[in-house]
Every structure is written in structure tokens, then in C-alpha cells.
Design a protein around this ligand. Sequence first.
Ligand SMILES: NC(=O)c1ccc[n+]([C@@H]2O[C@H](COP(=O)([O-])OP(=O)(O)OC[C@H]3O[C@@H](n4cnc5c(N)ncnc54)[C@H](O)[C@@H]3O)[C@@H](O)[C@H]2O)c1
Length: 431
Amino acid sequence: MENTITVAIAGLGNRGRWTYAELLRRCREMNARVVAVADPVADRRAEAAAAFGLPESACWADAADLLAGPRLADVLFVCTQDRQHTAHALAGLAKGYHLLLEKPVSPFLADCRAIAAAAHAAGRQVAVCHVLRYTPFFGYIHDVIASGRIGEVVSIQQIENVAYWHQAHSFVRGNWRRQDETSPMILQKSCHDMDILLWLAGRHCRRVSSFGSLRHFRPAHAPAGSAARCSDCTVRESCPYDAYTIYLTGEKTGILAGNDDWPCNVLAQHPTEATVRAAIETGPYGRCVYHCDNDVVDHQVVNLELDDGVTVSFTMCGFTSAHGRTVKVMGTRGDIWGDIEQNLIRVNEFGKPEQVVDVTALAEDLSGHGGGDRRLLADFLNSVRQGKASGLLTGIDASLESHYVALAAEHSRLHGGACVELDTFVRAAQP
Ligand SMILES: NC(=O)c1ccc[n+]([C@@H]2O[C@H](COP(=O)([O-])OP(=O)(O)OC[C@H]3O[C@@H](n4cnc5c(N)ncnc54)[C@H](O)[C@@H]3O)[C@@H](O)[C@H]2O)c1
């Protein structure tokens, strides 16, 4: 097909293979073809080779090896773990790839700047996967604000409901549980929120303060009768974090309830009752949540002061039954309330009847981060095809302020909630 974009993928995990590559496989209209992949897990390479018809010579065990030779594709998807992004992104840019770069860009501020500088020097496009900007939900709220219906934005309140089982899965037992191996949770989970809040407010951030801690998931809170693994626990039936409940019978999460997608596909390449049960019994996801080696927070609040005195109050919390975000935007002539999980937005212009918006009526496909994954990918491919980054909503320059704010929030949290001047903080981190 004419104008087909060729794609190399670093990291065939949940994002690289099961989000972006799967979208390319299913949506022919994206007109892009996977031509090379890298992942150290042989099963993942074999699966991708079969799915995309790749010869063994196009499948690498390490992204560094894929990137050592000549450029193999137009674009590189950087979907490895947080601390690997910098090396893979810089090597990719040096070889002339355009990048679809997973968030967080890097847990290190200087690395974020280095990637942006390299993208400019190479004249290549970098889309950071801040998928929320591409959701019909936040897009609609952004449009209402831009229309002036609620006047000038004065304050925004947002809550990220992590959900108790997601907290346990990713931030207690899973890949993002330790700050020294990955990123602070406020960056890892909530650079999305910082990005969307700055985008909605249309203002730059001046000052940041934050509090939070790892309050609950520690040995001191282990109930009597618990054990190192759920398989040996005598009180697991009364524990909401029981791995058998989350991964086997959980209504939204369990394989026996028909979910063979995330999070079950993190436990097993081919999730079935037997493979998931085996993973619980032998792997990291069967560990007691009170006896893991986790150290990232389980709750954190952040306050921002933006230009023109606009304020933002944000809460990220693992102790919620629901998943997803709620937002309230308060303007001089009205307010907007929204719940992305419920696909519901309420717009109130002061003194006028409320407008209730059913987000499901705004778009046909809300799968994958409320429809954000597919739209972000399509926009990136179109930008590359047209040779201009101007249309990209989440280019590297637009995306980095969210990272600076999240890193400043973490700095504040670690310094007793001290107020951090963002400009000074960013300048101090120059290489
Ligand atoms: N945009 C979003 O909303 C969103 C959502 C979830 C995760 N993420 C981000 O995406 C990234 C990947 O997350 P994931 O959930 O797919 O993790 P994952 O663990 O499922 O996938 C990472 C993959 O990288 C592979 N890998 C490790 N070392 C490698 C190397 N040297 N070369 C090539 N591959 C290598 C691993 O084997 C694994 O398959 C993370 O940075 C994460 O923060 C973004």
C-alpha cells in the first residue's frame, strides 16, 4: 500500500505488543507494518514473529542490538520499562527514527531534556504517549473551556482513582513498586494527570507542593494469619488484595470471569486458569501485599499554582473501589464536572440549565484508555506521513512540563511538603 509506515518495536509487553502492535494488526486503515521487534523474552518474540510474519533476523533479544545496525523502519515504538527509555530513545533518534515514546519519558529531568534536544537536532518527531489528551472525554472538556462557556478557568480539582487491585498489581507486587528500579509513582501514574491539568488550564505551572506516603502496604499492617504468599495465607478469604480473587474470580479482573486481557496477561503470556494459577503460586503476583519489597507511595496529594493565580488540587489514591479519573473545572461563569469511568460530563453555566453529556455518544470506540490509545497512534502515524509534527497533541515539547511538575511534586513530598518554584527546579537540573 502507498505511504505505508514501517515500524520497529522495542519491548513487546503490554504496551508494545498488546496495545500498539495489536492496534496496527486490527486497524488496517492505519496503514503501518511491523518490520522489526526486540524483546529479551523468546516467547514474546516468537508470538510477534508469527503475528506479523517476521523472519528470525528481524527479531532481536535486546533493543540495543536492533538499534546498533542500520535503520530498519520509519518509526520506533519505545515501549520498554521507564529507566530504559532514555537509551532506546537517544539511540533511535541518532539512527533517524521518529519515536512513539511511552511515558514517563524518563524519571530523570536531565534525560527528558536530552531527549527533547536530540529530537530537535535530528529533526525527528517524538510523540509522548499521553493518551488522555486524545480521549473524547477530556477532548470535550477542553473544547467547552476553549469555547468560553464557563468563563476563565480559576481552579481545577482532579482525583486519580487508582483502584485498590491496580495499586496492588502494579505498585505493590508489580513492575512499578520500587522507586530505585522505576519512577516515583506521582510521575509514573500521574504525569498523565499533570499533563491533562496543564492542558485544560492552558497555563504554565509556577509552584508545586505535595504530601503523601506509603501508608498501608507494609509488614506492620499484615493481618494475623497472613503469610509471605497468598497460597499459604489463612485469612485470604477476608483480604481484598488476595491474588486468587484479583486474578481468578474478580468480576472485572479475573480469568474465570472471562478476562484474559490485562492484568491477567501480565501474569501469563497465554492466560488460562492453569497458567494464571501457576503464576500466583510461583511468581511475584502471588506475594502477600504486606510482605513485598515495594517502596512507592500508596497515596499522594499535589497542589499547583499556575500562571495568573490559577490553582489545581490533585489527589492520587490507591484506596478506591473504582478506577479512573474525576475532574471538576471551576470557571468565572460556570463549572464542568466529569467522571471518565462513568463516561459522564456535566456542564453548568451559572444560572442556566445543566447540560449532561453522555460521552459514549461522542465516539464509537472508547476502548483502550477511553479511546486515547488508538487516536494517539493514528495521529502520530499521520504526522509522520505528512512530515510535520505540528498536528501532534503530545509532542515532546508539549509533554515535558508535566514531567517537571511531577518530579517537583516528588521533591516537595520528600522535603516535608516544601513549596518548589518550578523554573528554579528545572534550571537546577540542567546537565
Ligand atoms: N501510556 C500509558 O497510559 C501507559 C500505560 C501503561 C504503561 N505505560 C508505560 O509503557 C512502558 C511499558 O509498560 P508495559 O506495561 O508494556 O510493560 P511490560 O513489562 O509489559 O513491557 C516491557 C517489555 O520490555 C521488554 N524489555 C525489557 N528489556 C528490554 C530490552 N533491553 N530490549 C527490548 N525489550 C526489552 C520486556 O521483556 C517487556 O516485554 C512503561 O514505561 C510504562 O510506564 C504507559
